[in-house]
Write a protein that binds this ligand. Sequence first.
Ligand code: ADP
Ligand code: MG
Length: 892
Amino acid sequence: MTERNFYQESIEDSLQAFDVEQRQGLSTDQVEANREKYGRNELDEQEKLSAWEILWDKINDLIVYLLIAAAVLSFLTNEPIEGIAVIIAILLSVITGFVTEYTAQKSVDSLQNMGSTVAKVRRDGKVSELDAGDVVPGDILILSEGDAVAADARLLKTKNFASIESALTGESEAVDKDAEATYDEEEGIGDRLNMVFSGTAVTRGTAEAVVTETGMDTEVGKITELLQGNDKQATPLDIELDKISKVIIVAAAIAGISVLVTGLITGQPITEMLHVAVILAVAAIPEAMPAVSTITLSRGMKTMANHKALVKSLPAVETLGSTSVIASDKTGTLTENQMAVEHLILADGQEYEVSGKGYTPEGEISQDGQEVDLADNQALNDFIQYGYFASDAKLTQEDNGEYDIIGDPTDGALTVLGEKMGMTEDQLQSDGWERIDEIPFDSEAKYMAVHYDGPQEIVIMKGAPDVLFDMTELSDEEIQTWSQRNEELAEKGLRVIALASIRLDDHSGQDINTLIDDHPHELELDGLFGIIDPPRQDVKESIEMTQNAGIKVKMITGDHPKTASIIAQEIGINDSENTMTGKEIDQAHGQADFIDKIRDTAVFARVSPENKLQIVDALREEGEVVAMTGDGVNDAPALNGADIGVAMGVRGTEVAKESSDMILTDDRFSTIVDAVREGRIIFENIKKYVSFLFACNMVEITAIFLATVFLLPLPILPLHVLFLNLVIDIGPAMALAFETAEEGIMDKPPRDQDKGLMNKVFLGRILLSGLVIGLSSFVVFLIFGANDDLSLPYVQTSVFAFMAVAQLFHIFNVRETDRFGLDRTVFKNHFLVGAIIISVILLLLAVYTPFMNTVIGTEALRLETWGVIFAAAVVSTFLVYLLNKFIKRWEA
Ligand code: ADP
Ligand code: MG
């Protein structure tokens, strides 16, 4: 495309450039042609970590350096096979690390793409939502609050429209846009008020625009710096694991130094000592750890995605497991969001009931059980018609005959009510009604307004009753009456919307805001709509689950405190009578007892988006790990501030999705609870394989240390150690990552996040288990060593086999927290069963094949030797079991 500065061109020329009409949009053929010509609306592949960088990351690692040093030492001490084996170990560790990380990144990428942006576009005269990547130049974009702008576009029409362009300009204030702005000179991006840009977001109002540039031609496309910054950061888990490996390496170092000192004192040859140092280093290093932890987290991410929770980063998977408070939206998350008007109260105090189910436009209005005919009741007819006018939702019928609405469900309820009474858009249009202006709904102001002309010129406002009461000039008495009516409906758990109107006849052509400001005395309250929004079916059960799991649930809503509290009671939220309104939050904020108040409140009503952030901050200060839901643009700060920001996938704005850590693709509360449960399982599994792998390392260190201190030959060869660490242990360790939920996983309080993995009990268990099995290995070494008929290689093979068997037994000491893990539940984890069988086969191959005998220096064992090995393994496993019980009691 030749560079054209569309901001300097008129609306007509801009449309002409793409041969498109605003009301029609592109035709299918034009879309095809433009796609052919300009390509998809995508930025070139982001500068992710390249394969080489991941590889280098794996090589540039303490573990690898230690192993290289070990290899060099092996060659220096004249043990070439050992040196080669260590090199193979290095390669294996680097390659498995690389492969797992690379595949994990790929799957993370594809999951992240699932959360990709959508755009509303008019084509062939119809508005539809499509993937942002499908937008082509010439498309007519329809923009409203919360939308992400999918491409650079020239504005055609703006209504109270502002967008935030910080991604492009760094300016954090929203920019008021104006389709009518004209420019003769060159202007900076931030000053082109008649344009919107890809990568920015709509903060308020509505607009239509014609797409002028897509993909790499957009302003974001041009700014390459923006595409970087995908720095890989260490996850908290990485940091924890790092700490533990350091403890083990220090243990090995202490062992190494003691060995050296003993050696020097007793005058042993230096080469012998260096050799021992090599084995200790090899024994101490958890070669398999990085690969296993990457697998666990990325698998967790996949499982959660299958359960409708898209988690955007690996650390979030783990944080989810420690969630202690879920602060959830009411409307649509805890409730069905299938709204229907059930009750009406008009200004004259008359009350009516509406029948019908869901969005199906069939139902009657009745009073005291008597059906009412609208033809005989002008006031009621007008009220419903104005409600119909003030709705932005459209009723549609799907192929299967079911009805649905496009737009806000609250609006949908009013549209359906009108259609139940036989109103249609076409009919009203042919009656001469036309919408000429509007103020869109905004959750901060909590009302919206429309200006209609036709048989009567009228401004209709609809919104939260308390807000409209304040705007109309009611007497104290009237306020009293209306408030009572409002309470009456709210007490039934109904969502209440008030309708007010200004009847005009001067056709002044004034802007709607001016009209409202200029006619304060004419603004009259017409009545109230009571809308039901029943709780979701599965919510009650999920809430109960959170309560067993020690997770507090707080309801956050823009709705009336009464309505909120009733719904909260219905779904079983604890303390649901304790409510606080946005106003009360504002008053209490900054005071000494603010945090206590927030902590003790279960329902927050009439909150502003700012209140949400205050709630998150207060709870976090209390040490809670907070998951907070949100859907609007204004929720972004709270979503960012929460430990886990949760955006609604269906209802949520693009901006909310971008600011969150997790997207619920079904908007349901139960999905959050499922994700928390999954997070807990993952954390438990991490603990399992970490304690398994590190205990195995300790076993090896202990045995080698004891032997050298007592001036005995090596109980096990370096090659055996490598074989154990890299061949025997790795499969079961990975399989532990696939353990299913332990019984009662949701019956425990959330873990203390500060404690992390590195706590005394956890470490103590690892070290003690390692010591016990290590000591047993040493005893086995002594028993076989005392038999003069057995050669040293035979004894070493026996110790090697013992370690392998004892380590495999040790799996059952780590796989269940509260009991010995050898029971039927083992078979739930097919991977574990498979891994154990494979490990046993590999062990037998190592002991019985002549090839392995030569390579790693083993000898075929006799049957009675296995008898001793098994007996010793059973005893040591039992000792570890008792010790764990003891530690548990001591912990409690
Ligand atoms: P929530 O989503 O938590 O229910 P909202 O901010 O959407 O909170 O709504 C707050 C209040 O604003 C509602 O209780 C209702 O009175 C009013 N309201 C909500 N949606 C609309 C709408 N589309 N038009 C007019 N008023 C609305
Ligand atoms: Mg809402």
